[in-house]
Design a protein around this ligand. Structure first.
Ligand SMILES: *Cc1c(COP(=O)(O)O)cnc(C)c1O
Length: 200
């Protein structure tokens, strides 16, 4: 479980960490930089939001897993900065299963061609897939989204690409995590359910 701490104050984050949270998710680079040195006990940091290419350099050595790899220009920048720091970068490919125009992420049928390009970047280790399901009053309506992401990960597993593992399926948020888990999620991103409603 990733505790999504966007808009949450550092004091509250540290309280959550004391209570046992050890994975935190943020969606904005600026917020990560503001909080990074103030958050205690070195939790695992997840970048779950859209990542602008020109901001990679600020977080490349801080983030343990990037959930939002969705384009080649970002892969190129990750490769370049990882090389400079002599590290590997762990990433999930963000997939827009429901093909919502308002959302980031590759459409399902673009994922295999994308991975076939990504394997040319030796500093990038693909650890799985991530999706954000459309909001649904009744999350049963979006069960198919989670099922399709799982199917895609099974297909990718069979292909045994180098540096590509299908270890994590990052899917499910406060409103839909139960169904996501039923469909095979092993990484849920929970904000509201832990910290209450966000006030922006
Ligand atoms: C904000 C956010 C979450 C958490 O959403 P909740 O509904 O508050 O649990 C999960 N994933 C991403 C990508 C987010 O931006």
């Amino acid at each position: 479980m990733i505790a999504v701490t966007k808009t949450v104050d550092v004091d509250v984050i540290n309280e959550a960490i004391e209570l046992g949270v050890n994975n935190i998710g943020e969606s904005r680079v600026q917020e990560i930089l503001r909080k990074y040195d103030l958050v205690k006990d070195g939790p695992t940091w997840h970048m779950i939001g859209h990542l602008q290419t020109n901001k990679v350099k600020y977080i490349i050595d801080k983030i343990d897993l990037i959930h939002s790899l969705d384009r080649l220009s970002l892969a190129q920048e990750l490769q370049k900065r990882a090389q400079q720091h002599n590290i590997f970068v762990n990433a999930l490919i963000q997939v827009n299963i429901a093909e919502e125009e308002s959302k980031y992420g590759l459409y399902g049928d673009a994922v295999i061609p994308f991975i076939e390009e990504i394997i040319k970047y030796p500093k990038i280790k693909i650890k799985g897939l991530m999706t954000i399901a459309p909001y649904a009053e009744n999350p049963e309506e979006i069960r198919y989204v989670f099922r399709q992401l799982k199917e895609l990960s099974e297909e990718l597993k069979k292909r045994e690409y180098p540096n590509v593992e299908m270890k994590y399926l990052s899917m499910g948020m406060t409103n839909d995590y139960k169904i996501a888990i039923e469909e095979g999620s092993n990484m849920v991103r929970i904000g509201t359910g832990i910290f209450g409603r966000r006030s922006y």
